[in-house]
Design a protein around this ligand. Sequence first.
Ligand code: 5AD
Ligand code: SF4
Length: 446
Amino acid sequence: MGAAMTKTPPKTFHVKSFGCQMNVYDGERMAELLAADGLTATADAAGADLVVLNTCHIREKATEKVYSDIGRLRKDDPAKMIAVAGCVAQAEGEEIVRRAKVDVVVGPQAYHNLPRLVSDAVKGEAALDTDMPPLSKFDALPARRKVGPTAFLTVQEGCDKFCTYCVVPYTRGAETSRPFAEIVDEARALVDAGAREITLLGQNVNAWSDGDGRGLHDLIRALDRVEGLARIRYTTSHPNDMTQGLIDAHRDVEKLMPFLHLPVQSGSDRVLRAMNRSHTRDSYLRVIDRVRAARPDIALSGDFIVGFPGETEAEFAETLSIVAAVGHAQAFSFKYSPRPGTPAATMEGQIAAEVMDERLQRLQAAINRDQLAFNQALVGRHCDVLIERRGKQPGQMLGKSPWLQSVHLETSAPIGTMVSVELGHAGPNSLTAREISAERASVAAA
Ligand code: 5AD
Ligand code: SF4
């Protein structure tokens, strides 16, 4: 790859992650690998000898951003080493080297080889690895060290569902689950390193299975017994994999937070079929009913796509009506973006940009209304807030409620403390709160 020219070995690095939380996790693991290899992390890309762009391929905009970032980095410092990791690396491979001069290309299943690829690039050798050996990378990663109060833990990767709009089955490969014991060990290590809350990650996290009949709920129940761990979350789930066992865990497991991200994408059965979602509007709503029966206060989140090929105004109205039926605590909505190689990209009836813009605006207005209503309904409630960082005002701290809302409060409790509060004013994106009591410092520091 590139001219066979040797480079100065990098001493400092910066990892920049785009896209989903799995990429955030992968970015942290790459940083740990490079640190274990003797490199020092820098706070920004400008000062680093090596920049790792950990990329997202999910929508065209995300992909194009990578190329503009590479261009900017190269212009500022032609000698800087650039590694492209993540889903764009997987999807485009050699094409990135042709389009933009980068030193390393490494896919999401091969990033444990990053240090070797960097030294290959230093020697002027080809440094591209987009192999997909199932999960062997986890064996090759260094132990977890210091982390903040909230941590991600990837337990499952890949997707077998093949929704017709989505690149994930191609960039992340087939559904694979990490072994039970390995996950519990990593959770313990994260708690020892300072985590109080762990979010289990997977493209289809609720499809996690150990092959011996154990499912995600068994994993959650095992983590429930990890001392020092206060909160468990998981994301992203598929409606068809919402087992009764998992729903029951929402009723029984106190550490499992009352929050569920369960994308429905559209409220129209015709569109859902064309998307190959394998659930219907009705089967989705029945899952929601069962979850709410188990955990009435659960905060529901979701993903929506507007302007899927062929979507009519009447079909879009069904999306608005499913939003009204569910009443989300928050949700993400996107304009359909044709992805190369996916079946939907060549479907007839691609929707004009202006139509998508207008639908997205109406959908987001509806979601924002529901989000504010959800927040307002909790005013006056007592709950715990896990302090995550300092706020903008002196004495103000920021944390999360059990329902994943951002909460601002005045407290002297340090980061990582669980504070018992009464929720006060509710805005669309956050709430204020009054401290009732905080854990004693010795507990917080444990
Ligand atoms: N265009 C627009 N949005 C998409 N998503 C996935 N693929 C596409 C696409 N081609 C959205 C889905 C998914 C979320 C992660 O991104 O809503 O749930
Ligand atoms: Fe983006 Fe999907 Fe890759 Fe995550 S898995 S980075 S959302 S393409």
